[in-house]
Design a binder for this molecule. Structure first.
Ligand SMILES: C[S@@+](CC[C@H](N)C(=O)[O-])C[C@H]1O[C@@H](n2cnc3c(N)ncnc32)[C@H](O)[C@@H]1O
Length: 350
């Protein structure tokens, strides 16, 4: 048999069963394995792990198989694996990101939300969605309502989603602080449109006290947020009105919406800010497909694009499409300030 065909077959196996990597990750989180290793304070043998997790004796060898795969794909480190010694497991940078007690960079709520049944079920409907000329996205086909409707209606999903959004910001915060001197120079007021629970606005307010921060979000999101004096919460619909400010922040908003809706949102933002000469700008934090930071490939951008196809009307966009949207909404120019992981900070000027 041709070696190329064998390689193709292996590639196909990897693609076919790649979902088992995701499901093994979910299993590790369901069992609490990263927290168990973290709480132990040092690497754990298979026996220790098996005991701490209180799994049935019959599952010990199966736990080894789960850990072997997760170590292979870089989620854990496996040490001392030999015929005569027990394997020992330690955390990697990836698994440290889902430690419950990690206050500075905890992605656990985000990962758990993304691996919720409603999301997983939606992925099974992508093919059906392609074959139907329907306005409903795969999430709606699978769950009978949109993501926003379900978040609005079901308090448990709402909490899960809003906590996920807060945790998605944790790695951006450092960068906002690092580049903030330039970004917020001369800015006295900022509205974080669709700012959810205000995590990003709070970081800006705390690190750049000359910036008065307001969060605009839907009533059911804003009603839970305390007006603690650091950030002001305003309930409203960004398609109708954005409160006036020197700058508007749109973090992970536009990728949820169609081009037409993005233009409508951007026009409302433009109405809210002063001229460029007076310091007005919109700060967009989104992926620019094809533009990634060193060592980070385009693949997560493309995966996020499929996620957007599945749960929203939106998409991840390349620079040409961003330019089109900014121009159509009446902006004169833009600048990509920096790229963080697979997202970029774009300043857009009236
Ligand atoms: C993907 S989340 C992003 C949240 C936040 N910017 C972040 O990155 O953590 C989208 C946010 O937009 C809000 N949203 C959706 N439709 C809205 C509307 N019409 N007006 C204002 N906010 C809206 C949602 O409630 C949600 O908080």
């Amino acid at each position: 048999m041709d070696i190329e065909l064998l390689q193709a077959q292996v590639g196909l196996w990897n693609l076919t069963y790649g979902y088992l990597k995701t499901m093994s990750l979910k299993c590790a989180l369901d069992l609490g394995i990263p927290d168990a290793i973290f709480n132990n304070g040092q690497p754990m043998t298979l026996s220790q792990l098996h005991s701490v997790l209180s799994l049935p004796p019959s599952k010990k060898s199966h736990l080894y198989r789960l850990m072997r795969l997760l170590a292979h794909i870089g989620f854990f480190i496996e040490k001392n694996a030999s015929a005569c010694s027990e394997p020992v497991y330690d955390l990697t940078a990836q698994s440290r990101l889902v430690i419950e007690k990690n206050d500075s960079a905890n992605m656990l709520p985000y990962v758990c939300c993304s691996l919720d049944d409603k999301w997983l079920k939606s992925s099974l409907y992508i093919g059906d969605w392609f074959m139907q000329d329907s306005k409903q996205n795969p999430f709606e086909l699978a769950n009978g309502c949109t993501l926003w409707e379900i978040v609005n209606r079901e308090p448990v999903v709402k909490k899960k989603f809003n906590d996920a959004m807060v945790s998605s910001s944790c790695l951006f915060n450092d960068y906002i602080v690092r580049y903030g001197d330039d970004i917020f120079k001369g800015i006295e007021s900022l509205v974080d449109v669709g700012g959810g629970k205000g995590a990003m606005a709070e970081v800006i307010a705390n690190n750049f006290p000359h910036v008065r921060c307001t969060v605009l979000d839907l009533p059911h999101v804003v009603c839970d947020n305390p007006n603690d004096g650091i950030v002001k919460f305003v309930s409203g619909d960004m398609f109708n009105y954005v409160p006036p400010a020197n700058a508007v922040l749109l973090k992970w908003i536009l990728h949820d919406w169609s081009n037409e809706d993005c233009i409508r949102i951007l026009r409302r933002c433009k109405d809210a800010i002063p001229s460029r000469e007076a310091g007005g700008k919109v700060i967009v934090l989104e992926a620019v497909v094809g533009l990634t930071s060193p060592m980070i490939s385009e693949e997560p951008q493309l995966l996020f694009d499929m996620l957007m196809l599945m749960v929203t009307e939106g998409e991840e966009r390349d620079e040409n499409v961003w330019k089109y949207l900014f121009t159509e909404a009446g902006f004169s120019s833009y600048k990509i300030v920096c790229t963080i992981g697979f997202s970029s900070i774009i300043e857009v000027y009236p």
